[in-house]
Design a protein around this ligand. Structure first.
Ligand SMILES: *Cc1c(COP(=O)(O)O)cnc(C)c1O
Length: 392
């Protein structure tokens, strides 16, 4: 017996559910890439990305996923043999650092832990030890999508300042941009990057980078620059230079529509929606955890991300299979160190109360059907929380 006809719920942390309006925005012929409409589309997106990153710096659009966009940031500001400091909090900053290592960069890691966020005081101490200022850049992610950690980027920015260290501060906001506050300039970030397919509700394939003047100054002498990613090339006057060739026209139609929807809702409301729905998920997990079979991966409540919740559990495969095959809800698997030891509930992007409550209900149904010990009433706790906090 199955109860899965109807719309499938994709509750994985990227690609996320796309709004129908975004899908429809792509269902049209391409524009002439030399037309005014195309030039305006490019400039509109570049300007609005400044708003989303909260920066007066320059923005760049690449045809790339997050991994490609990591490369875009690294090639533009680093040289072979440069040293960088990678702040671990799960899988993603480490992945970014590994890309740098493969490009000939000397990678120093600030060892983290998969069940907590980066400690700003440790960042300050590591930078103070680098008296000769060999470290050229500090890499961190705002939300680590594997561990579910939320890093306080503002506090890390302050720690770098407090250490009096000149390294560039580079931040990955792939799993957080458009879902929670991000203040590039105010937080002292020099280079920020993100991608289209998570909070930005667009198909995978667009990568976004923002760079301030300090980063663009360092860029001038960077030895790893490559033609496609190069900021100097893209800062040129000709429109085709903005894309280093043919623009990804349809992805841009989609991203335009998605940004319009985020701006219509107003970013502050978008952030509140994510926080409320994340809190609802956390209420449910807290109750289920009373049964002893599952627990939050991130120990400290205020270090838990508002876009994805990672839940530790021995052998989650049967639960995931039940949700998928019986009910049409696709949950995220554990990745990296948590492979086979955790599952993830994504709550990022185009999500609303029925999607989240429906997903939670199916998880609770699966826990019951499979006889997995759990506290009863997780979904009720989530409903009560939302009922109290979403006022008429
Ligand atoms: C998904 C993700 C990436 C990688 O993006 P891809 O498009 O899969 O290459 C990088 N960083 C974070 C934080 C992510 O969540």
């Amino acid at each position: 017996m199955v109860v899965r006809a109807g719309r499938e719920f994709l509750a994985i942390p990227g690609p996320t559910t796309m709004p129908d309006e975004v899908l429809r925005a792509m269902h049209r012929p391409p524009l002439d890439i030399y037309s005014d409409a195309m030039v305006q589309l490019t400039h509109g997106l570049l300007d609005d990305l400044r708003t989303v990153f909260a920066t007066k710096g320059r923005t760049y659009i690449y045809i790339a996923n997050g991994h490609g966009t990591w490369e875009a940031t690294l090639t533009n500001v680093l040289s072979r043999g440069d040293r960088i400091l990678v702040l671990e909090s799960g899988r993603f900053a480490v992945g970014w650092g590994n890309a740098a290592r493969l490009m000939g960069v000397d990678v120093q890691s600030l060892k983290g832990d998969w069940n907590r966020a980066i400690r700003p005081a440790e960042v300050e101490a590591a930078l103070r030890q680098d008296v000769e200022h060999k470290i050229k850049a500090v890499l961190a992610v705002q939300i680590d999508t594997a561990s579910g950690a939320y890093n306080d980027i503002e506090a890390i920015g302050k720690a770098i300042k407090a250490a009096g260290h000149p390294a560039l501060f580079m931040v990955d906001a792939v799993a957080s941009l458009g879902c929670m506050p991000f203040e590039m300039d105010a937080w002292g970030i020099d280079v920020a990057m993100s991608a289209s397919q998570k909070g930005l509700m667009t198909p995978p394939g667009l990568g976004f980078v923002a760079a301030n003047d300090r980063a663009r100054e360092v860029h001038k002498s960077a030895g790893l620059r490559t033609p496609y990613f190069d900021w100097t090339e893209r800062d040129g006057n000709e429109h085709y230079q903005k894309h280093s060739g043919t623009a990804p026209v349809h992805l841009m139609f989609a991203q335009r529509q998605a940004l319009d929807m985020l701006f219509d809702e107003k970013l502050d409301n978008v952030f509140q929606r994510h926080r409320l729905l994340a809190d609802a998920v956390r209420r449910a997990v807290t109750v289920w955890a009373e049964g002893g079979a599952l627990s939050f991966n991130i120990t400290a409540p205020k270090e838990r991300a508002n876009t994805v919740t990672t839940i530790k559990m021995a052998n989650p495969a049967p639960l995931l299979a039940y949700c998928r095959e019986k009910c049409g809800v696709i949950l995220g698997v554990g990745i990296g160190d948590l492979q086979g030891k955790a599952f993830r509930i994504a709550h990022m992007g185009h999500v609303n109360a029925p999607m989240i409550l429906g997903t939670l209900s199916v998880v609770e149904m699966g826990l019951q059907a499979l006889g997995i010990p759990h506290g009863k009433g997780g979904v009720t706790a989530a409903i009560n929380y939302l009922g109290e906090n979403v006022k008429p």
